[in-house]
Design a protein around this ligand. Structure first.
Ligand SMILES: O[C@H]1[C@H](O)[C@@H](O)[C@H](O)[C@@H](O)[C@H]1O
Ligand SMILES: [Fe+2]
Ligand SMILES: [Fe+2]
Length: 296
């Protein structure tokens, strides 16, 4: 009996995968609308970023300790911060100006719509468009009693092992007490070799928070959830750090996260999208992938 039901599970998983990829053979195409005519070198220029950005990372790199990260996760489990739908969340987030971002002058709803629209223009599947639409909604943490922006926005990195020199402003970690911790300052730190990203603690912020909210409250495929969870993990997805901790499963996620990245980063050069014009389209997509009310 159990074999039959296991078989059913396996078949329905396979059908789900086929449906996800059906008609979307180009999901991981490296070609995107940003491949021509855009000067990509003008993004993420941290060496000559303004003091706001430098100050942000100074504070973040000092305060993201293992101790803080354990507390943040415990706090997440014990609380529901708000109950609202995705569109309402988008509108609420619009009040935040992200201090970590050297490239954005627009509001968060503009950024999310630009990301989603650029994915849509490239003919990518609906689940990826809607992932683009929501990927930064975790920044709502800022309105839910975060300690500042340093525990909400910015690039992420692994805590609990030596801070990688592939993280931006690596010298600022000197001020983090974990830099001189007998375990956390070592190559593997508190981890086993190739334990997989699912078993490491990434610095707490909007990615990890939103992943935790949506993993049980959406029908996004695992690739979409990986895009959300790792989109700020530039030391890994762009710089190739942490290969001593990752496993084969992470390689599959990496392809998804890399496919997503250009839409997140380079759409910041686009002109703003008219919210009202695209609202009905995205509200229909939201209804397909999320319940009407989410526990945040
Ligand atoms: O400043 C940005 C911004 O906060 C993004 O939302 C995040 O995903 C990036 O990694 C970060 O560098
Ligand atoms: Fe983000
Ligand atoms: Fe983003």
């Amino acid at each position: 009996m159990s074999t039959i039901s296991n078989n059913f599970d396996a078949i329905s998983d396979a059908v789900d995968r086929v449906n996800i990829l059906k008609g979307t053979a180009n999901v991981w195409d490296s070609q995107s609308e940003f491949d021509e005519g855009l000067d990509k070198t003008r993004f993420r220029q941290y060496a000559n970023a303004c003091d706001r950005v430098k100050g942000f990372y100074q504070e973040q790199h000092e305060k993201q300790t293992v101790h803080f990260n354990l507390e943040a996760r415990a706090n997440l489990k014990n609380n529901v911060r708000a109950r609202m739908g995705v569109w309402e969340a988008l509108e609420l987030l619009n009040t935040l100006i992200d201090e970590s971002d050297p490239d954005i002058d627009l509001s968060q709803i503009d950024h999310l719509l630009q990301t989603a629209e650029s994915i849509r223009r490239d003919g990518k599947p609906e689940w990826m468009q809607v992932t683009g639409l929501v990927h930064d909604l975790g920044k709502l943490l800022f309105l839910f009693g975060s300690e500042g922006q340093w525990d909400v926005v910015g690039d992420t990195f692994v805590v609990g092992c030596r801070f990688s020199d592939k993280i931006i402003y690596p010298e600022t970690f000197k001020a983090n007490p974990d830099s001189s911790h007998p375990v956390y300052s070592t190559h593997y730190g508190m981890y086993e070799p190739h334990c997989g990203l699912d078993n490491v603690m990434l610095s707490w912020g909007h990615d990890e928070y939103l992943y935790n909210v949506l993993k049980d409250q959406s029908s996004l495929p695992k690739e979409g959830l990986a895009m959300i969870r790792y989109h700020s993990f530039y030391p890994w997805h762009r710089e190739g750090a942490y290969s001593h901790l990752t496993n084969e499963e992470d390689e599959k996620c990496l392809a998804a996260v890399r496919a997503f990245n250009p839409y997140d980063l380079y759409s910041k050069s686009d002109t703003p999208v008219g919210v009202e014009a695209v609202k009905p389209y995205y509200q229909a997509l939201i209804a397909k992938y999320f319940p009407p009310v989410i526990n945040w």
